[in-house]
Design a protein around this ligand. Structure first.
Ligand code: ZN
Length: 85
């Protein structure tokens, strides 16, 4: 698959994504241009502000890039390892 995902009309290399916000931005500032947007933090403090659809696309791309495992519960993972021994 591509090493880039399309976020906010930009092809972003997935490995540059540090984290993605789970909740829409709210800071209460009347100056804020990003109320309700989701924050995608990149290396070097760069930030992309995206809508929920783009956030989900980015999350999916990240999970695929990690091998498609999705969120793993630590306890379950340890149980699985024990079963294999
Ligand atoms: Zn704000």
């Amino acid at each position: 698959m591509s090493i880039c995902c399309l976020i906010d009309d930009k092809y972003v290399p997935i490995y540059r994504i540090m984290w993605i916000s789970a909740l829409p931005h709210f800071c209460g500032s009347s100056q804020c241009q990003h109320e309700g947007d989701y924050e995608v933090r990149l290396e070097h403090g760069e930030v992309l502000w995206v809508n929920q659809a783009d956030r989900d696309t980015a999350l999916e791309a990240l999970e695929m890039w990690q091998g498609g495992l999705g969120p793993v519960d630590d306890a379950d993972e340890i149980d699985d390892l024990d079963d294999n021994r």
